[in-house]
Design a protein around this ligand. Structure first.
Ligand code: GLA
Length: 557
């Protein structure tokens, strides 16, 4: 798939057909015969491993190779894990007279005949040979985190990319990396503006991609400062794919060092989960990132590891394992690779779970809309200190409240039966029950696009163009956070991009993957804050550059 004209560079996402139910047509007047659009899959959140949590600044070629090999020998790669991400500590701040990064040849030796020691493309080739993808790390400021307070080893300054953005990101792409995480320690210390700085970086990445033809998956790590969920996908250059929403769950726990006694904590996991919930920003391939996981690290029980994994899967979070892959227990490996749970994380709609009920303080019902109509992943979460029943009503999930639903335990795979209107389970203290609920979708109300612009989709769609926004006014929603289906066409072989502004608030970027032709309809889902009561919400879709997709309708409950 080619690159999008509007610089949001998303990988090809296969389209697949589903049947839609319960369409009611209204909005701008005319009733029209709406045929069934194809549900379009969006890029799922990344899955992989990151060096920081278990190796801190001791990361080197041998560590990385062993972890990559373990990802293959454990079979994790077959369940979708594929990024091997090198975090801080790979570079000690040295540059040559041209300003190019110089790495320690002993830490990064030649790994195959003909290679030169001190060349980061050696490790990338080794990772690629295993069928995996390689990630690298830098800081947006002049200095990296080590100068702010080294976790292990000496403080080494100048490990940031400020002043070298174009040079460094081009080097990462030329070395063959597929992924880059950009931290904020230096930027923070210099009191820089993250939206401005990351926009410069986005431009440098776009340029590196254009020169090398390589895609660099872009991960922003500024711990939620200045609300990156409201600007990260819209910064220009390329969109950020994921952005951190909070600080680290735990500082690194490195065997045989002064940090070997640190403990991950379950409250830390819950806190990062809570801070990562911004469902209105997470759709069409852009993801909130609540941090690398600590599943399997010391401090958590197996039950807590299972809840941690449930929370990340419900959130649709990047699944970046922080534990040492060469030392995973059978229980941890089973938790990290449970196919039904991974499927929830990787669901083709790319949405985030929302809290739909809190029957009592600390008793929570989280629901994630899945790509199969009528399906929801549920988490009944008990944060209290005693076992409690937690109930969920089908109506709260946007399913037909009068309809019965089948319920399956996602961790055990056990079918629990057919239930009318609701389900209830006893949930242990500090535990969670993760379920798949299958029923019938509630009714949707559709609003047809109308405008003076170019018509397509058999006369039923309006092309969104740069100076011609497509507006839907007088839109009503039963819930403040609305699930909205958008029916559209995009004949390109790359996504087209639109910015959506709801009630004049900050714009969010939506990527519309290819549908095949001008007349082939696709559907994607987003979640938006429709904060006005009654039919008083206004949605304005505008294209940051031409052409945008052709939009036929929006539908919501
Ligand atoms: C910050 C980030 C971590 C890790 C370290 C490296 O703390 O949040 O994920 O990258 O820096 O120093």
């Amino acid at each position: 798939m080619g690159k999008p004209k509007c610089r949001s560079i998303l990988p090809a996402a296969p389209a697949f057909a589903i049947a839609l139910t319960g369409m009611v047509l209204c909005g701008s007047g005319n009733l029209w015969a709406q045929s069934v659009p194809k549900q379009i899959a969006v890029p799922p959140p990344p899955m992989g491993w990151s060096s920081w949590n278990s190796f801190s600044n001791t990361v080197d070629s041998q560590v990385v190779l062993e972890q990559a090999e373990a990802m293959v020998s454990t079979g994790m790669n077959k369940t979708g894990y594929r990024y091997i991400n090198i975090d801080e500590g790979w570079w000690l701040g040295e540059r040559d007279e041209k300003g190019d990064i110089v790495v320690d040849p002993k830490a990064w030796p030649a790994l195959a005949p003909g290679e030169r020691a001190g060349d980061m493309s050696n490790i990338v080739r080794a990772i690629h040979r295993l069928g995996l993808r390689a990630g690298i790390y830098t800081d947006a400021g002049a200095d990296g985190c080590s100068t702010v307070g080294p976790d292990l080893g000496p403080s080494y300054p100048h490990t940031g990319s400020e002043g070298h953005y174009e040079q460094d990101f081009l080097a990462f792409a030329k070395w063959g990396f597929d992924y880059v995480k950009v931290d904020w320690c230096g930027g923070d210390r210099e009191n820089l503006d993250p939206a401005v700085q990351y926009a410069e970086i986005a431009r440098a990445i776009a340029r590196a991609e254009a020169i090398t033809g390589r895609r660099l998956y872009f991960s922003i790590c500024n711990w939620g400062k200045n609300s990156p969920w409201s600007w990260a996908p819209n910064i220009g250059g390329v969109a950020a794919d994921i952005w951190r929403t909070s600080g680290d769950i735990v500082a690194p726990i490195v065997a045989n060092t002064r940090n070997s006694g640190r403990m991950a904590s379950f409250p830390g996991v819950l806190s990062n989960f809570d801070q990562g919930i911004h469902p209105e920003a997470q759709h069409t391939g852009f993801y909130n990132d609540p941090d690398m996981m600590v599943v399997g690290m010391q401090g958590l029980t197996d039950a807590q590891n299972r809840v941690h994994m449930s929370l990340w899967a419900m959130s649709g979070a990047p699944l970046l394992v922080g534990a040492d892959l060469t030392k995973l227990s059978d229980a941890t490996l089973a938790i990290l690779t449970n196919p039904a749970v991974l499927q929830v994380d990787q669901d083709a709609l790319g949405l985030q779970a929302v809290k739909v009920a809190e029957p009592a303080h600390g008793l929570e019902v989280w629901s994630k809309t899945l790509s199969k109509p009528g399906e929801r992943a549920l988490l009944l979460l008990n944060r209290s200190s005693s076992p409690s029943p937690i109930s969920v009503e089908w109506g709260d999930l946007g399913l037909l409240s009068s309809s019965s639903a089948t319920v399956r335990d996602l961790w055990t795979g056990k079918e629990l039966g057919v239930f009318n209107t609701s389900y209830s389970a006893i949930v242990l203290a500090g535990d969670g029950v993760m379920l798949l609920v299958r029923s019938r979708e509630g009714m949707l109300t559709s609003y047809k696009a109308s405008g003076s612009g170019k018509q397509a989709l058999g006369g039923h769609g309006v092309a969104v163009m740069k100076d011609e926004p497509l507006n839907f006014t007088r839109v009503a929603s039963r819930t403040r956070l609305a699930r909205i289906q958008i029916v559209y066409a995009n004949p390109d072989n790359a996504p087209r991009v639109v910015e959506l502004r709801v009630n004049g608030q900050v714009a969010t970027r939506i990527a519309f993957p290819p549908t095949g032709s001008d007349n082939a309809k696709g559907a994607i889902w987003i979640q938006s804050l429709l904060d006005r009561a009654g039919a008083n919400n206004a949605l304005s879709f505008s294209a940051p550059c031409n052409p945008g997709p052709t939009i036929e309708s929006i539908s919501l409950q």
